[in-house]
Write a protein that binds this ligand. Structure first.
Ligand SMILES: *[C@@H]1O[C@H](CO)[C@@H](O)[C@H](O)[C@H]1NC(C)=O
Ligand SMILES: *[C@@H]1O[C@H](CO)[C@@H](O)[C@H](O)[C@H]1NC(C)=O
Ligand SMILES: *[C@@H]1O[C@H](CO)[C@@H](O)[C@H](O)[C@H]1NC(C)=O
Ligand SMILES: *[C@@H]1O[C@H](CO)[C@@H](O)[C@H](O)[C@H]1NC(C)=O
Length: 418
């Protein structure tokens, strides 16, 4: 008897909760003013929850895997499980860019790249780079320790990526080599990895698909890069051994400030997004209002100052190892840090880039393409010319399915049984 009452109360609670889920996204900025009563507003789980919950809420299973790198950093992988799909479950690794997390591949609901791949029968793994929201663990130090935040993107390319690829290969070896899909910095680390370990990369990876890949940012139009360029070395030197080394982490004040402040009201929201457009992304126009809370629920997602410095340095130096400045000679025996030689890569690389992208320009990704070996160029490249399809559109634009993902899936299907 007592337990029936309990059950009933619990049920009532669940129903009340389900009926009261507050709206959190709207069609236009103006709609946000009356968000709770406006029929143009609704609840989107991606604007509210973490990666695990988002995946579950779309009916998929999720497995959380932890991969430890040689230097003790622990990367969290979210594996999307679709038990009803049929066919050979070819493994696909999705690797995000700077200040993103794996959640960026599941922000568009059913037409997110992660879910489209899972529906098509792929074994989908979302990586979360060290220091990002879901990967703040280490075997011996905590993320409160400032030493945790002292890493650069070579560490991701040469320690984390090999560990992740090995791990997935062990878990799913019967369905062929891994398809690696990277956005932005997620593409750069693939290039650094594969040019450093060309033999190993050929053994483990069938194809690299790089969306807006940055191999060098010599032609970037991101204002922020030019603002940071003269000061970034001093910032790193000043902060790296202090508490401010955590400046870009998910829990740091600036990150939390951006995430909450920018969501406060529609005016501030559009101001924040327009600022991002002007400083980083691309030609000024309005970001789809319903995507803003989703973007701000997961971005910025945490990284280190040295990764930022390496990105900024790429606008001068190209795709090189970390630039230690005066200490280069001691460390590399040369004045400048060594350039990653991407000609050495002999795995096919498919490049997708966009003319409206200011961060990674067409010129820079064509420079990258031109350096590739003939084997790497097997599938060529693809240029999107749609107006407004900027750097973040690859992840957060409602036209991504049509312009990018459908095309990717067709390419993957065509080579599935090779
Ligand atoms: C994700 O969110 C769910 C529900 O809000 C929570 O129970 C869970 O602990 C969260 N997971 C992580 C890793 O934060
Ligand atoms: C899984 O895949 C099947 C078949 O490809 C698809 O119909 C279904 O919607 C997918 N999603 C889930 C959550 O099962
Ligand atoms: C880069 O690698 C290619 C192919 O192995 C080689 O021919 C070339 O000399 C290398 N370039 C540099 C600058 O080391
Ligand atoms: C950038 O891409 C987003 C996502 O698709 C889009 O909504 C926005 O309009 C674009 N921004 C600019 C400045 O074109």
């Amino acid at each position: 008897m007592k337990s029936t009452v309990h059950c009933f109360l619990l049920l009532l609670l669940l129903i009340t909760f389900a009926l009261c889920v507050p709206n959190n996204v709207c069609k236009t900025y103006k709609d946000y003013l009356t968000i709770q009563t406006n029929p143009n507003c609704w609840y989107d789980v991606a604007a509210d929850e973490n990666a695990t919950t988002i995946i579950k809420s779309y009916g998929y299973g999720v497995e959380i895997h932890k991969v430890t790198s040689p230097d003790g950093y622990i990367t969290t992988l979210h594996r999307i499980i679709n038990n009803t799909s049929v066919g050979r479950r070819v493994p696909v690794l999705l690797q995000h860019g700077f200040l993103n997390s794996g959640a960026c591949f599941i922000g568009l609901g059913k037409v997110s790249l992660g879910f489209m791949l899972a529906d098509a029968g792929y074994d989908v793994w979302l990586s979360n780079s060290r220091g990002s929201e879901y990967s703040e663990e280490h075997t011996t130090i905590t993320h409160d320790d400032i030493r945790f935040w002292n890493y650069n993107s070579d560490d991701i390319s040469l320690k984390d990526i090999p560990s992740i690829l090995n791990y997935i290969t062990i878990r799913n070896s019967q369905n062929g080599k891994i398809i690696y899909i990277g956005h932005s910095l997620g593409g750069s680390v693939a290039l650094c990895y594969a040019s450093s370990f060309p033999q190993k990369a050929k053994e483990l990876v069938k194809l690299f698909i790089l969306m807006a890949p940055a191999a060098g940012l010599e032609n970037t139009k991101s204002t922020l890069v030019y603002i940071l360029r003269p000061i970034i070395s001093s910032i790193v030197d000043l902060f790296i051994n202090t508490n401010s080394a955590k400046l870009l982490s998910t829990n740091a004040v600036p990150t939390q400030f951006i995430r909450t402040f920018c969501r406060r009201d529609p005016f501030v929201m559009s101001m924040c997004i327009n600022l991002a457009n002007v400083m980083i992304l691309g030609a000024q126009s309005k970001t789809e209002a319903s995507m803003v809370p989703i973007i701000l629920n997961q971005y910025p997602a945490g990284s280190s100052l040295k990764v930022l410095k390496q990105l900024v340095d790429a606008s001068r130096l190209g795709l090189t190892a970390y630039n230690y400045g005066l200490k280069n000679f001691e460390i590399y025996k040369s004045l400048l840090p060594p350039v990653y030689n991407i000609t050495k890569i002999n795995v096919p690389i498919y490049i997708i880039h966009s003319t409206a992208d200011w961060a990674v320009t067409v010129k820079d990704s064509e420079n990258l393409y031109n350096q590739l070996s003939p084997q790497a160029k097997t599938y060529g490249k693809y240029k999107i010319t749609a107006k407004d399809f900027n750097h973040s559109a690859f992840l957060f634009s409602k036209s991504s399915k049509l312009l990018v993902y459908d095309k990717l899936l067709r390419l993957l299907e065509s080579i599935r049984n090779q």
